[in-house]
Ligand binder design. Structure first.
Ligand code: AHR
Length: 630
């Protein structure tokens, strides 16, 4: 039995409760959200001529587009200097006979869809006496179908950027078994420095993002986007941190860098693209600024981080500044006149790993400098207050202040159940909490129903404490499901070059974020059932309720982690609810049931009518996540 005390619903729900966290992991941007299709567009995955990958995305071929033949085999040489500019130093020198080709198979495929319109460009030059034109095509992997074809002409002895467009006709069956092919129309020696290919993008943004993934994220109703990491903020070393100034402006001027997750990022998805991504999803940024610590443990102590402090201030100015400011003006020049909203800035990432204790000094220096210029911002510490205070004592740092603490929890479903009341006990006089990474980790590459149950139980706890938590976000968000695409098991959204799907955890996220009020409804429970879970006695039901003072709607969320159905009697005290409501249920026959690229809708929520009112009964299916809307 559960009583919802509507008249006691006074505590406000944080307006940024549900959000998203992202970084370059699992081919999240390259081969993922960043819509650019070709892998290794500027031949930079090769370092000193030694390929880091066991395969190369660029192949030479003959007249049938993909088959190397003796007569038309090309001679390819890759060098890392002499290219188009400093950001694109590499050159693929291609000695070709007339009709020879090179091809790029994208990130495990090139997406072909009926009527899809592609835009791209090739940066190339030729040696004297060579031909001046290329034929560019999208071709099936078996070479039998040319989906679209065009020509670029006028190549010469200086670097030129030649744009092209391709359109796939109607009545073509969608496939990713295709590649992008460049044919040398005449014999010659050609230098290539960069080639890119984009399909249509979300909101038609140039250098934009994949439509299907953006639509899926919009359905999550995120109120913030935490970026750029995660480990991606820190990098394995200083050179490969997220150096935001090298990720803005003309994409051809961005050198790219190694992601700590083992592959190269072009930084085509850079700071402005992150901000526009947030904007396009109706979210605000939660901006992580580099704080002088890298994943190798290498760090600078506070005395030496002035340069990074200035970088952080400049970054905030780029996000929020007007056209009269240096970096605000840069953002305007980059194509976004309006400043972005910003309330939270995070200082580093997981600095609890820095056992040297240097975070106390680094945090204080960044905190003081940011607050002095932007007193309205709330700043997030990435190590727990006690820990930072302990380091402060050891390192002689004084005068620390804390607005918000970021906590990360990767747990089993059982541990999520056991921790569902964790925040009920937190001191309200201390700093606010941001749960900046969390997940119940069961299933791979994306999570299963059991994980969704653990997630949902944990989310009820966060929702009940939405006065303490400024927000929370699941991690990781994305995974490219191809072999080699996943570095971290248990992810929210899976995809290949053509299709995307949501895990049961994704649907639980959507259900929670789409149905939330602006006040927390206190609840009194009585005679609630328990269950045996992995040898522990745990509650079987987990719940939270919020109400919306504007619309008058009340949302009750109940998770049934047990294998038996439960009938719950709900009583509403101190307020009115209508007699007709709905119940949306996510359930599965077995805990390990899941969705996949081949079976994307096996576990999805279903909505039915539900009798509501002053007192009503609701049947909660076994292994189910439920949202009752009244
Ligand atoms: O989400 C994966 C990784 O987990 C993040 O990069 C890091 O912050 C955490 O350790």
């Amino acid at each position: 039995q559960l009583t919802l005390q509507l008249d006691k619903a006074q505590k406000a729900v944080s307006p940024t409760l549900y959000g998203m966290m992202t970084e370059e992991i699992n081919f999240s941007y390259e081969g993922g959200l960043y819509a650019q299709i070709l892998r290794d567009p500027s031949f930079r995955e090769d370092v000193n001529g030694q390929r880091r990958n066991p395969w190369t995305p660029w192949h030479s071929g003959g007249p049938k587009y993909w088959l190397a033949t003796d007569t038309l085999a090309s001679q390819l040489t890759l060098t890392q200097k002499g290219g188009y500019n400093r950001a694109n130093p590499a050159v693929l020198k291609w000695k070709a006979k007339a009709g020879a080709s090179i091809a790029n198979g994208g990130f495990w495929g090139v997406p072909i869809r009926a009527k899809e319109h592609y835009k791209g460009y090739v940066i190339a030059k030729t040696e004297k006496g060579s031909g001046t034109s290329f034929t560019l095509s999208l071709v099936s992997n078996d070479g039998k179908t040319v989906f679209a074809s065009t020509k670029i002409d006028g190549l010469g002895e200086n670097w030129q950027k030649k744009s092209f467009e391709l359109t796939v006709p109607e009545k073509v069956k969608a496939t990713k078994d295709a590649r992008f092919v460049i044919i040398a129309d005449n014999e010659g020696t050609y230098d290539l420095s960069k080639t890119v290919l984009f399909p249509e993008t979300f909101n038609n943004r140039p250098n934009g993002l994949r439509k299907d993934l953006m639509e899926m994220m919009c359905r999550m109703k995120p109120k913030f986007l935490r970026f750029p990491g995660g480990n991606y903020l820190e990098g394995n070393d200083f050179r490969n941190r997220f150096d935001w100034k090298r990720t803005i402006g003309d994409p051809d001027e961005r050198p790219g860098h190694m992601s700590p997750w083992g592959y190269r990022s072009t930084d085509g998805l850079g700071l402005l693209e992150f901000l526009e991504w947030a904007e396009d999803c109706g979210a605000e940024p939660i901006l992580g600024v580099f704080a002088g610590y890298t994943l190798s443990g290498d760090h600078l102590t506070a005395d030496y981080i002035d340069g990074f402090v200035q970088d952080a201030l400049d970054e905030i100015e780029y996000v929020t500044g007007g056209p009269e400011t240096k970096w605000g003006a840069q953002r305007v020049r980059d194509g976004h006149p309006q400043p972005f909203p910003l309330h939270y800035v995070e200082i580093g990432n997981e600095d609890f790993f820095d056992e040297s204790g240097s975070y106390a000094g680094r945090y204080k220096k960044l905190y003081d400098a940011i607050k002095a210029k932007y007193p309205q911002l709330q700043l997030i510490s990435t190590a727990d207050q006690k820990m930072v205070e302990h380091w402060a004592q050891e390192t002689g740092v004084t005068g620390l202040k804390f607005d918000v603490i970021d906590e990360h929890y990767y747990r089993s479903t059982g541990d999520m159940y056991a921790a569902a009341n964790q925040y009920d006990k937190y001191d309200r006089k201390g700093p606010k909490i941001f749960c900046g990474e969390w997940a119940a980790r069961e299933g791979k590459p994306t999570t299963n129903m059991n994980a969704a149950l653990g997630d949902a139980a944990w989310m009820t706890g966060m929702e009940r404490n939405a006065d303490l938590l400024i927000g929370h976000c699941y991690a990781p968000l994305f995974v490219n499901v191809n072999k080699g695409g996943m570095q971290w098991e248990s992810d929210l959204i899976g995809y290949d070059a053509l299709n995307a799907y949501g895990s049961p955890s994704y649907y639980a996220q959507c259900m929670f974020a789409q149905n939330v009020g602006n006040r927390i409804v206190p609840m009194v429970d009585k005679d609630m059932p328990t269950m045996e879970y992995e040898g522990k006695k745990l509650p079987q039901l987990y719940y939270s309720a919020t109400t919306d003072t504007q619309s008058g709607r009340t949302y009750l969320k109940v998770v049934n982690g047990g294998k038996t159905a439960q009938t719950l009697t709900v009583t509403v005290s101190g307020g009115k609810v209508a007699g007709k409501g709905t119940i949306t249920t996510l359930k599965a026959a077995k805990p390990e049931d899941t969705n996949s690229i081949d079976n994307p809708k096996h576990v999805v929520p279903v909505t039915a009518k539900q009798k509501t009112g002053k007192t009503f009964k609701v049947v909660l299916a076994p292994l189910s996540v439920n949202v009752i809307k009244m």
